[in-house]
Design a protein around this ligand. Structure first.
Ligand SMILES: C[S@@+](CC[C@H](N)C(=O)[O-])C[C@H]1O[C@@H](n2cnc3c(N)ncnc32)[C@H](O)[C@@H]1O
Length: 262
C-alpha cells in the first residue's frame, strides 16, 4: 500500500542522526486543546527533523495519482511555503478543517505527521477538489473534500483546528473580512485558528508573488493587511498565541496562531 511505502521510504535518519518516527495510528483519540503548548513542546523535537526536503519526498510519493504538474507543484511547495511551521502548530490527533485546501497537501501532511483524527478540506475550485479526492483514495485516513463557492456551502460544524493557508489574497477585498469571520466561526470552543498569507512587504516579494499568481492562478490578487487579520481574530474572542513572519526564496509569509477564548 502507498502509505506503507511512504513510511518505509521516509524512515531513516535526520541530519543530526536521530531516527525519523514511523506513522502513528490514524485512529487516535481526540486531544484536549488546552494542552496545545505541551503537545507542541513534544512536537518540537519532531519538527526539528521535518524539513522541506522530507515534505518534498512525501508530496512526490503521495501525489502519484495526480497530474504530473500538480505532483511537481506539491513536491516543490515546501521550498516556497513554510508548511512545517503550520504543521508544528496542529495538535496531534486533532480534527482539522482546511479552508481553501487546494489539492489537499496540508491535510495529507497533517495526516502523515500529526495523525489527524479527521480532516475536512474545502475549496472553491472543484478541479482541485477532484484531484484531492483521487489522492485521498490512496491514503487510509478520514479526510473529506468538498467544493464550496459560498459560505452557506461551508460545513456547519466546528473543528478542533481551522486552517486557511495562502487563501485570503485570492478572495475579493469586499469579502475578505467576512471570510475570516466565517472561518473563525468554525473553530470549536478552546480550539485553534491557524492563518498564513503572503505579506505585502518588502515590495520585491509582493511583486514576485503577484507575478506567481498571475501565471499560476491567472488572478490579480489583493493582499490583506496582517494587522487587520489580528484585529478581526481578537474581535471574534480569540487570543493570539503566536505570530511569525519569514521568507522562503522570494516569498514573504505572515502567520498567526490563535485560541478561541470562549
Ligand atoms: C494558493 S492556493 C493555496 C492552497 C492550499 N491552501 C495550500 O496552501 O497549498 C489558494 C487556494 O484558495 C482557493 N480559494 C480562493 N478563494 C476561495 C474561496 N472564496 N473559498 C474557498 N477557496 C478559495 C483557491 O481555489 C486555491 O485552491
Amino acid at each position: 500500500m502507498l502509505v506503507q511505502k511512504v513510511t518505509s521510504d521516509l524512515r531513516g535518519r535526520t541530519k543530526d542522526g536521530r531516527e525519523i518516527p514511523k506513522f502513528g495510528s490514524f485512529e487516535r483519540a481526540g486531544v484536549e486543546l488546552h494542552r496545545h503548548t505541551e503537545l507542541c513542546a513534544t512536537w518540537d523535537a519532531m519538527h526539528n527533523m521535518l524539513t522541506a526536503a522530507e515534505l518534498r519526498i512525501f508530496g512526490w510519493q503521495s501525489y502519484v495519482k495526480a497530474p504530473i504538474f500538480v505532483r511537481l507543484l506539491q513536491s516543490f511547495r515546501p521550498y516556497i511555503c513554510p508548511l512545517e511551521k503550520v504543521l508544528e502548530n496542529v495538535p496531534e490527533g486533532s480534527g482539522v478543517l482546511d479552508i481553501g485546501c487546494g489539492t489537499g497537501g496540508l491535510l495529507f501532511q497533517a495526516a502523515r505527521y500529526r495523525q489527524l483524527r479527521e480532516g475536512h478540506g474545502l475549496d472553491s475550485a472543484s478541479s482541485s477538489i477532484d484531484v484531492a479526492r483521487r489522492v485521498a483514495e490512496t491514503i487510509p485516513t478520514k479526510i473529506k473534500f468538498e467544493s464550496a463557492q459560498s459560505f452557506d456551502q461551508w460545513p456547519c460544524e466546528q473543528f478542533d483546528v481551522v486552517t486557511t493557508i495562502d487563501v485570503l489574497h485570492h478572495v475579493p477585498p469586499e469579502m475578505q473580512d467576512e471570510f475570516l469571520k466565517q472561518a473563525l466561526a468554525r473553530v470549536k470552543p478552546r480550539g485553534l485558528f491557524i492563518y498564513k498569507d503572503m505579506a505585502q512587504k518588502p515590495a520585491f516579494c509582493a511583486i514576485s508573488n503577484r507575478i506567481h499568481d498571475l501565471i499560476l492562478a491567472r488572478q490579480w490578487i489583493h493582499y490583506y493587511p496582517f494587522e487587520r487579520a489580528i484585529e478581526i481574530v481578537r474581535d471574534q474572542a480569540f487570543t493570539v498565541d503566536k505570530t511569525w513572519t519569514g521568507r522562503r526564496l522570494v516569498y514573504q509569509h505572515e502567520m498567526l496562531v490563535a485560541f478561541a477564548s470562549y
